[in-house]
Design a protein around this ligand. Structure first.
Ligand SMILES: Cc1ncc(COP(=O)(O)O)c(C=O)c1O
Length: 374
C-alpha cells in the first residue's frame, strides 16, 4: 500500500485549489499583508465558529500559549502546572515567561492531565514555599478535550489562572461546547498538519474576557498602546499574515466535513483494532478533533518495523516525557516521578490520520496492524 501519507495536505489542496488561489490573489491585490482585512475577517469567523467573544490570531500555537502567560503577568518565582506528556512548546512557553514548570502526570487512557496528581502538585508546591502557584496550562492531547469542568473548578478554588493548550484540539467539542470556550483562555495552532492548518505558521487565542483580549492585542504588536509607537508593556511580534488568514478562511468553510471524516477514520480503526491494541479513549459527550490517532502496545518496536516494511508511515508522539528533556529536567523529579508519562512514551504510536484517508486504506492499515501483531 505505497503512498499512503501520514497527513494528506495535497488532497485537501486539490479540493480547495481555486478558492485558495482566489483568496491569496485578493490579499495580493489588496496589499495589506499583515493584520489586514483578511485577518479581521478570519478572527470574526473563528469567534463565531467557537462561540467565543474574541479570537485573536497570532503567529503560532507557541505564541498562542506564551502570550496569555505574559498577559497574566506570569514571571520568575511563579509555578505553572503542566503535563509532562506533551509537545515541548507547552513547557517552553513557561520558561520563556521566566516561570517554573511543575510537571504533572497524565491519565494512561485519555493522555490528558491527571487531576489527582495536579491537586497533589499544587499542594506540594504551596507547602514547599519556594514557588508561587500561579497557573495551570493543560493540554487537549491528540485532539481530545481534557476534563475542563473539573479543571475550571480546581483553578477557581485554588485561585489559579487556567490556560488551555488547544494546539491539537481546535474543532473538538466538550459537552456541547466547542474548544476555545472551555477555559478562560485557549491557544490553538494552525501549523499545516494540525486539524485546521494554514500554509506556514499561525495560531489563535480564544477568550470571552474583554480586558484580557485588549492586553493580548497589545502584546501581539510589541506592547503597543493607543497608537503603534506608544509602548506600554513588553510584547512580541506575534502577528498573523493576511495570506495565511485568507487560506484559513477557505479551509474553515470545509472544516466540519473534515472533522466528520476524521471521526469516520477513527471509527474504522477502533472497530478493527480494539481487541489487539489499546485504542484511544472515547468519552460520552466529548468529541476529539483527531489530530492524531494514537494506539498503545507493548510490542511497538516490532509493529512499527512491520508497518514501515509495508510502507505505512507511523509517528511516535512522544518518545520522551518533558521532565526527562535537558532544559526541563532541573524542574522535574527525575526517573520514576511521573510513572504514567514515562511508561506511555514507550508504548504510544500514531497511525496515519487525515480526512482524505479512504475507508479502504484505513481498513488496510488496520489489517496490516492486526497481521503484524498476530
Ligand atoms: C500540544 C502543542 N502545543 C503547542 C504547539 C505549538 O504550536 P506551533 O507549532 O504552531 O507553534 C504544538 C504544535 O505542535 C502542540 O502540539
Amino acid at each position: 500500500m505505497s503512498g499512503v501519507p501520514f497527513v494528506d495536505l495535497k488532497a485537501q489542496y486539490a479540493r480547495l485549489k481555486p478558492q485558495i488561489a482566489e483568496a491569496i490573489q485578493d490579499v495580493l491585490d489588496d496589499g495589506r499583508y499583515i493584520l489586514g482585512p483578511a485577518v479581521t475577517r478570519l478572527e470574526s469567523e473563528l469567534a463565531e465558529y467557537c462561540g467565543v467573544r474574541h479570537a485573536i490570531s497570532c503567529s503560532s500555537g507557541t505564541d498562542a500559549i506564551f502570550m496569555p502567560l505574559l498577559a497574566y503577568g506570569v514571571a520568575p518565582g511563579d509555578a505553572v502546572f503542566v503535563p509532562s506528556f506533551t509537545f515541548t512548546a507547552t513547557a517552553e512557553a513557561i520558561l520563556l515567561a521566566g516561570a517554573s514548570p511543575v510537571f504533572v502526570d497524565v491519565e494512561a487512557d485519555s493522555f490528558n492531565i491527571d487531576l489527582a496528581d495536579l491537586e497533589r502538585k499544587i499542594s506540594e508546591t504551596r507547602a514547599g514555599g519556594k514557588l508561587k502557584p500561579k497557573a495551570i496550562l493543560a493540554v487537549d492531547l491528540f485532539g481530545l478535550p481534557a476534563d475542563w469542568d473539573e479543571l475550571n473548578k480546581l483553578a477557581e478554588r485554588d485561585g489559579l489562572h487556567l490556560i488551555s493548550d488547544a494546539a491539537q484540539s481546535f474543532g473538538g467539542v466538550y459537552h456541547g461546547k466547542r474548544v476555545g470556550t472551555l477555559a478562560p483562555v485557549s491557544g490553538t495552532s494552525f501549523f499545516p498538519a494540525k486539524p485546521l492548518g494554514c500554509y506556514g505558521d499561525g495560531g489563535a487565542i480564544l477568550t470571552d474576557d474583554d480586558d484580557l483580549a485588549e492586553i493580548l492585542k497589545s502584546i501581539r504588536v510589541h506592547g503597543a498602546g493607543s497608537h503603534r509607537y506608544e509602548v506600554i508593556r513588553i510584547g512580541i511580534n506575534g502577528r498573523l499574515d493576511s495570506i495565511q488568514a485568507a487560506i484559513l478562511s477557505v479551509k474553515l468553510s470545509v472544516f466540519d466535513s473534515e472533522l466528520d471524516d476524521r471521526e469516520r477514520v477513527s471509527r474504522i480503526y477502533d472497530e478493527a483494532l480494539k481487541d489487539v491494541v489499546t485504542v484511544p479513549k472515547r468519552i460520552d459527550g466529548v468529541r476529539s478533533a483527531w489530530a492524531q490517532y494514537t494506539i498503545r502496545t507493548d510490542k511497538r518496536a516490532a509493529l512499527q518495523e512491520k508497518l514501515t516494511e509495508a510502507d505505512i508511515p507511523t509517528m511516535i508522539y512522544y518518545p520522551t516525557p518533558m521532565h526527562f528533556q535537558a532544559p526541563y529536567a532541573p524542574h522535574g523529579g527525575g526517573e520514576g516521578s511521573l510513572p504514567v508519562s514515562e511508561t506511555i512514551c514507550d508504548e504510544v504510536m500514531s497511525l496515519p490520520m487525515h480526512p482524505y484517508l479512504s475507508d479502504d486504506d484505513a481498513k488496510r492499515i488496520a489489517a496490516t496492524v492486526r497481521g503484524a501483531l498476530a
